[in-house]
Write a protein that binds this ligand. Structure first.
Ligand SMILES: *[C@@H]1O[C@H](CO)[C@@H](O)[C@H](O)[C@H]1NC(C)=O
Ligand SMILES: *[C@@H]1O[C@H](CO)[C@@H](O)[C@H](O)[C@H]1NC(C)=O
Length: 356
């Protein structure tokens, strides 16, 4: 098979701000489907992740899915599905924001470009089941769950899909990207292309911990009554802005307010197992890889302009292409920044370039 490495960078400058056109809401089907998965998790009884995973875990849990149809038909894309996975403390709102969705909803953007999307909540998040947040909801088990969903999607077995899917593109944010990085390691033949946002293999000096994670049932008891204290969320709007957003002026404060109101959870198990998983390679993946971060992402982007992203190529030695991009004037949670439409355009240009 022909293999080549191409590395380029898209610098999306503020001056390129395109006209925002009205985008209609796509027709979507919500479902909660039982997913059976098994994985080898870590023994976290010491309060940290040991070197190797040793604990076999299996089970069947309900996962929240939202399948949305294209709003503009594009025949060459009618059998292509984009699977969207949110990061820690985000749910289906991350890729399909209810706040000014004509600007901030990637789902609407993709639908207008002719794509089906499968937006989801991770296990332990949104309307998905919330099993034990230490022993069950860890990255290895999340990887097994998302791999199952990708396999079902490919086979056209997700409620609402019309027949077989020929191309599967997966997009992640942060922890969602970490999970997808292991999905393309474990079921590489089921995925054609991957877009990582808010992620790289090199974790920077600043820490998402600035967001100050505490038990969600204490921080937002009206939204998470009685939820186990193994489920966490960020403390308040100030810490969330400091940990996940760029400098003042890079986002509409009303977008952060919406994010604060709709914020979701992450488990202790996910947070303890995510640094180890972030560094994994996916040597058997043969598709196309695109990593794109905000230039003010303090966790996964080094200065200047995410120079560390040039190193990503080494983790995908079998890939058809490995490329990266940088969105100027955006922090870690790019989709809630004023430059979100520039991220979406850069992703679309990359998809166009590779014929998706
Ligand atoms: C972890 O697994 C690796 C590879 O199987 C092995 O070489 C190493 O000794 C293991 N480490 C521990 C602490 O068990
Ligand atoms: C959020 O918590 C931090 C740390 O306790 C505090 O300094 C800040 O004032 C709080 N912000 C709000 C809006 O309550």
């Amino acid at each position: 098979m022909y293999t080549s490495f191409v590395t380029f960078s898209i610098l999306v400058s503020a001056a390129l701000g395109g006209a925002i056109r009205q985008r209609q809401a796509p027709h979507c089907i919500e479902s909660l489907i039982p997913i059976t998965a098994s994985a080898t998790n870590f023994d976290l009884s010491s309060g940290s992740a040991p070197a190797n995973a040793t604990v076999h875990v299996s089970g069947t849990f309900g996962i929240q899915l939202r399948l949305c149809a294209p709003t503009t038909p594009v025949s060459s894309r009618s059998k292509t599905l984009q699977v969207l996975v949110p990061g820690a403390t985000y749910n289906t709102e991350y890729w399909d924001a209810g706040f000014e969705p004509e600007t901030y909803s990637y789902v609407r953007f993709a639908a207008a470009n002719g794509y089906w999307t499968l937006n989801m909540a991770r296990l332990g998040d949104g309307k998905s089941a919330r099993p034990d947040g230490i022993t069950v909801v860890q990255v290895p088990f999340e990887v097994a769950v998302v791999s199952e969903i990708v396999k079902l999607a490919r086979a056209g077995r997700i409620p609402g899909t019309q027949g077989e899917i020929e191309k599967v593109i997966v997009l992640g944010h942060s922890l969602g990207s970490v999970i997808l990085n292991s999905v393309i390691e474990s079921v590489p033949s089921f995925v054609d292309a991957v877009v990582f946002t808010g992620y790289s293999h090199t974790v920077g000096s600043e820490d998402v911990a600035v967001a100050d994670f505490r038990p969600a049932s204490e921080i937002a008891p009206e939204r998470f009554p009685g939820l186990s204290s193994t489920y966490l969320t960020s403390l308040n709007i100030t810490t969330r802005g400091a940990g996940l957003y760029g400098a003042p002026g890079t986002f509409d404060p009303a977008a952060l307010e919406w994010d604060e109101e709709t914020k979701d959870t992450a488990t202790i198990g996910e947070l303890l197992t995510f640094p180890g998983a972030a560094g994994r390679a996916a040597p058997s993946f043969k598709g196309n890889v695109f990593t794109i971060n905000g230039d003010q992402d303090g966790v996964f982007c080094s200065k200047p302009e995410c120079a560390n992203l040039a190193d990503e190529v080494q983790f995908y030695p079998g890939a058809r292409s490995v490329e990266f991009g940088v969105v100027l004037d955006a922090g870690h949670s790019v989709n809630f920044h004023l430059s979100a439409p520039k991220l979406y355009t850069a992703v679309q240009e990359w998809l166009n370039k590779h014929g998706y």
